[in-house]
Design a protein around this ligand. Structure first.
Ligand SMILES: Nc1ncnc2c1ncn2[C@@H]1O[C@H](COP(=O)(O)OP(=O)(O)O)[C@@H](O)[C@H]1O
Ligand SMILES: [Mg+2]
Length: 379
């Protein structure tokens, strides 16, 4: 666990300091990702830095705090030798900072070498790590950084920080320099890796979408102060003040959609009928339920066609004469953003949700989405 306690950094004269970080306290459980989020000082326009990098660098003591403490697994880090401390914490920076005159293998092995690992063991580790991110060791171990694309270099930067298997990682806008498409890929890849390695991670970003995607907890900074510390869904559902509301944007409800899985939001009390049933029978079933349609399944349980309430009210004959083919479906494992996108694209007010075998498992409607968002997300 990482705990920041009244962490503070002043620059300049004591009588009139620039307060870069102002009394920041937070707890981050082991194995979680905390994103420090706020406007960035590095940008040419917009507000100046809000203290994210300074906060991060006080954790590995690249910057000495003016006040307050950092605890890692209960240990006050000011009692640890700073060089030891830094070697026990992985660090990834936006500029990547690979050594240009070292090979990829040597770059990845920097910290293990400093720690005096057996050479064989650290070389094996480099190989194993490259494989983890889909870079073939045979092709990459002996190359130099400039022979790699930006995205590949960034992957190596992350691997280097992971090489000595530190329990804690600090990542300062690690994917900021990568083009948007590759950034999405690297983010996904990193999250997949994190599900296995379960590091405790402090991650700086000025990108709300990135934060919502990556974070277990988001810490929103303004002018050195921690304005709100909450899980992404909580933050989007309940911004603490108008500054945060503005920062999150007027589309924050849409941003929440990707945090909710289809399986969590769908309605499971759907109605199924047979093609040979009468419309009258289907109509009675629909009327006596909360559903606005009845589905016809095939022999495997997959949704084949749908009879809407309007059609059922207006027609007679058999279901097979009037039901319309199902245009699309969404998997249970998808998120609400995906579901909404399909609903709009195919003009489907009721979207069948299917399990791994393709069987109908639930139905997504406008109502189920609003209901779910209105109740603050996952229970
Ligand atoms: N070495 C320094 N000396 C004086 N002021 C600094 C120094 N480093 C950072 N600052 C100031 O502290 C504030 C926070 O900076 P920083 O933590 O880098 O912001 P962020 O990472 O959120 O962009 C900014 O106003 C910045 O100008
Ligand atoms: Mg910064």
């Amino acid at each position: 666990m990482i705990r920041l306690e009244n962490l503070t950094k002043h620059y300049g004269p004591a009588h009139d300091p620039l307060i870069a970080v102002d009394n920041v306290s937070l707890d981050l459980p082991t194995g979680e990702i905390c994103v420090l989020l706020g406007p960035s000082g590095r940008r040419a326009v917009g507000p100046s830095g809000c203290g994210k990098t300074t906060t991060m660098k006080m954790i590995n003591r690249l910057i000495q705090p003016t006040g307050g403490k950092v605890f890692i697994n209960g240990k006050d880090t000011s009692t640890v030798d700073p060089i030891e401390l830094r070697r026990s914490i992985g660090y990834v920076i936006q500029q990547i900072g690979l050594f240009p005159n070292k090979t990829i293998e040597e770059n990845i092995c920097v910290v293990p070498d400093l720690l005096g690992w057996d050479r064989r063991k650290s070389r094996d580790r480099a190989k194993e790590l490259l494989e983890l991110v889909g870079l073939q060791p045979d092709l990459f171990l002996k190359r130099y950084p400039k022979e790699l694309s930006g995205g590949q270099q960034q992957r190596v930067g992350v691997l280097r920080a992971l090489a000595a298997d530190p329990p804690v990682m600090l990542m300062d806008e690690p994917f900021g320099a990568i083009d948007p498409i590759n950034r999405e890929v690297i983010q996904e890849e990193f999250l997949k890796m994190q599900r296995e390695i379960r590091k405790t991670i402090i991650f700086v970003s000025h990108d709300l979408d990135e934060a919502v995607k990556m974070a277990d907890k988001i810490a929103i900074f303004r002018s050195g102060k921690l304005e709100q510390y909450a899980a992404p869904d909580d933050l989007l559902a309940r911004p603490a003040n108008s500054f945060i509301e503005d920062f999150l944007g007027s589309d924050r409800a849409l941003k929440r959609l990707r945090l909710v899985s289809v399986g969590d939001a769908m309605e499971t009390d759907f109605i199924t009928v047979l093609e040979t049933d009468s419309v009258e029978h289907a109509r009675a079933r629909i009327r006596s339920s909360r559903s606005a349609a009845a589905f016809v399944l095939d022999a495997e349980g997959a949704p084949r066609s749908v009879l809407s309430e309007q059609v059922a009210e207006a027609c007679s004959g058999t279901v097979g004469d009037h039901a319309e083919p199902v245009k699309s479906t969404v998997p249970l494992t998808g998120d609400l953003r995906q579901a909404v996108s399909v609903m709009f694209a195919h003009d489907m007010p009721l979207l069948p949700c299917i399990d791994e075998a393709g069987r109908l498992a639930g139905v997504m409607s406008y109502r189920s989405i609003v209901h779910h968002l209105g109740h603050g997300g996952k229970a």
